[in-house]
Ligand binder design. Structure first.
Ligand SMILES: Cc1cn([C@H]2C[C@H](O)[C@@H](COP(=O)(O)OP(=O)(O)O[C@H]3O[C@@H](C)C(=O)[C@@H](O)[C@H]3O)O2)c(=O)[nH]c1=O
Length: 149
């Protein structure tokens, strides 16, 4: 697992009326600070990325649909520099993924419905601290076409 990435299982409290899905509390050990919450909807099979933040820590959960999230560690001082991780996030495998800055990420909506990522970010959106790279960039040796386990 890429250094500094946290995968925190989340509770879903179900009853016959529906359910409550936890995400993040200010009292959680891994809570840093609140910046902004926003939702990114992704249409079926669409891939978004590559992106990385210079300052923001991302706190992701996927309450709707199914997402394959791919991370690439771009921190030369990191023990996991250049490591690639894959995650599947959905209601059946429901967890918070906390991603530090300087890690490239891309995500694909898999399954036949649109998916939604919730990001409870540590800073408000600032386009100046976001970097983007085309999915075809060879810097990240990842093939989105291959079904990875
Ligand atoms: C993320 C964001 C985007 N925008 C604008 C910028 C742009 O015009 C449009 C689309 O932005 P993006 O291409 O960055 O959106 P998107 O491709 O959905 O990617 C976003 O996915 C979520 C999960 C994140 O974590 C964000 O950091 C970002 O990576 O929306 C805001 O106004 N506020 C925001 O907080």
């Amino acid at each position: 697992m890429i250094e500094g990435v946290l995968k925190i299982p989340l509770r879903q409290i179900k009853d016959d009326r529906g359910k409550v899905m936890h995400m993040l509390r200010a009292t959680d050990d891994h809570f840093q600070k609140f910046g902004e919450v926003y939702f990114s909807w992704i249409n079926p099979n669409v891939i978004k990325g590559w992106q990385k933040h210079l300052e923001m820590t991302l706190n992701y959960a996927v309450p709707v649909g199914k997402i394959k999230l791919v991370l690439y560690d771009d921190r030369e001082i990191s023990k996991t520099y250049k490591q690639i991780n894959e995650y599947i996030l959905n209601q059946d495998d429901y967890y918070l993924l906390s991603i530090p800055p300087h890690i490239w990420y891309g995500f694909q909506s898999i399954g036949n419905q649109a998916a939604m990522i919730v990001n409870c970010a540590t800073i408000p959106h600032d386009p100046n601290e976001v970097r983007r790279m085309d999915l075809s960039e060879k810097k990240i040796p990842y093939n989105w076409e291959i079904e990875h386990d």
